[in-house]
Design a protein around this ligand. Structure first.
Ligand code: UD1
Ligand code: UDP
Length: 380
């Protein structure tokens, strides 16, 4: 009999990183793969579902404008609990560390349904950074049955927390699988970016790509990031600064009010995954606090300055393509200015490295699901 797997997710990065897994599980004759989205993100989730042609079987449509963590948690627990009671999957799959992940893991635990956790074992060791993700992923770990660690470091973190070695599988990160799928699609048909005039994309001018959304950067952190970007844009008038602004109002307010009036700063709406990958490829350097971008950019040979005080992704920092600069105005300006002016410093950071995977994480994950779900039969 086919095993019923439910993949549950809610935000843009979860959708990107689970898309290859969903496509592979749906194509595998041993599984009946169902997709349930909380839609913790609405527009940004739908952008990804469209690219990968994934149609959710159930859409809980939970997002509210400027939602609170507790409000979203309450809605997600209620919605996912009802879904699991009706669907009764043999196993659920979650990815990462969002509120959706924690709620899905808790509900599945209450229903005694085994949980496969993709991108398990990332840790900073500081429960307030990133907030609330560090706590979400620790809690998800201790509720999960199978742990798909992207790297050896992540595996070590799990072992240190007492997770049994036979439950941990080092697979690489599925984001690299998604990135390779995106690169293939882009090669076949280069995506348009109507929000940016063609001359910016086609010129040889330097381009700085910026993204940011972390809760611990709300307030002072975002004000500093904006001050730094504005100063850089004034100091480098020939360089284009492109910032696809996250839809969270706590991000949009400071960004639009502080960066709105500078000719070489382009504030645009969040991009679909294909145009965003194309833009990463076109960029000279990337300033970000995003997790996924820290994993993708090293594969593309793009130096990344991470505007956070901690990272749970030390691998690319160790390899020298990612640098943690925090949210101090001068630190952001000095590090970015060096990369934009010092060819030697740039080339040291711009070598393409792939510490997060070889594009075959999905294959390893699906093989493990199969072995695990078969073992469930032998137990009964
Ligand atoms: C969430 C995740 C974070 C992840 C990030 C990826 C939690 C607690 N946070 O943060 O781990 O890194 O997504 O981007 O799970 N909004 C829209 N449309 C959208 C998406 C968001 O309008 O498509 C606005 C809404 O007003 C929403 C707000 O952004 O209430 C915040 O969304 P939420 O998912 O709670 O938090 P993020 O900061 O996006
Ligand atoms: N991304 C995208 N469009 C954008 C900005 C980012 O498709 O305008 C992609 C990016 O390539 C990466 C993911 O979204 O795969 C990262 O999402 P985000 O930064 O929101 O979340 P995080 O990774 O920090 O959890």
């Amino acid at each position: 009999m086919k095993k019923k797997i439910s993949v549950i997710f809610g935000t843009r990065p979860e959708a990107i990183k689970l898309a290859p897994v969903i496509l592979a599980a749906k194509a595998n004759p041993h599984f009946k793969c169902k997709v349930c989205v909380t839609a913790q993100h609405r527009e940004m989730l739908d952008q990804v579902l469209k690219v990968f042609k994934i149609k959710p079987d159930v859409d809980l449509n939970l997002m509210r404008p400027n939602q609170t963590l507790a409000g979203l948690t309450a809605r997600a627990i209620r919605g996912i609990d009802t879904y699991l009671a009706q669907e009764k999957p043999d196993m659920i799959i979650v990815q990462g560390d969002t509120t959706t992940v924690f709620c899905a893991a808790l509900c599945a635990f209450y229903h005694k349904i085994p949980i496969g956790h993709v991108e398990a074992g990332l840790r900073t060791g500081n429960k307030y950074s990133p907030f609330p993700e560090e706590a979400n992923r620790v809690l998800a770990t201790h509720l999960s049955t199978l742990h798909f660690a992207p790297t050896q470091k992540a595996r070590q973190n799990l072992l240190q927390e007492g997770i049994a070695p036979e439950r941990i599988f080092v697979t690489g990160n599925t984001v690299i699988d998604a990135l390779f799928l995106a690169r293939d699609k882009i090669k076949k048909k280069p995506p348009a970016i109507p929000q940016l005039c063609k001359s910016i994309l086609q010129s040889s001018q330097q381009l700085v790509l910026i993204t940011g959304h972390r809760r611990e950067n709300f307030g002072k952190g975002f004000q500093n990031i904006c001050k730094a970007v504005k100063t850089l844009a004034q100091r480098f008038p020939e360089t284009q600064f492109v910032y696809p602004v996250h839809l969270n109002p706590n991000v949009r307010k400071p960004v639009y009010s502080l960066l709105g009036n500078q000719e070489n700063i382009h504030l645009i709406e969040p991009l679909g995954y294909l145009p965003f990958v194309a833009l990463m490829n076109r960029s000279t350097i990337i300033l970000t606090d995003s997790g996924g971008v820290q994993e993708e950019a090293p594969s593309l040979g793009k130096p990344v300055l991470v505007m956070r005080d901690t990272t749970e992704r030390p691998e690319a920092v160790d390899m020298g393509t990612v640098k943690l600069v925090g949210t101090n105005v001068n630190a952001i300006i000095d590090n970015a200015a060096k990369l934009l002016t010092d060819k030697k410093a740039y080339s040291v950071m711009a070598s393409a490295v792939n510490p997060y995977g070889d594009g075959r994480a999905t294959e390893r994950i699906v093989t493990t699901f199969l072995q695990f779900t078969n073992s469930l039969d032998h137990k009964h």
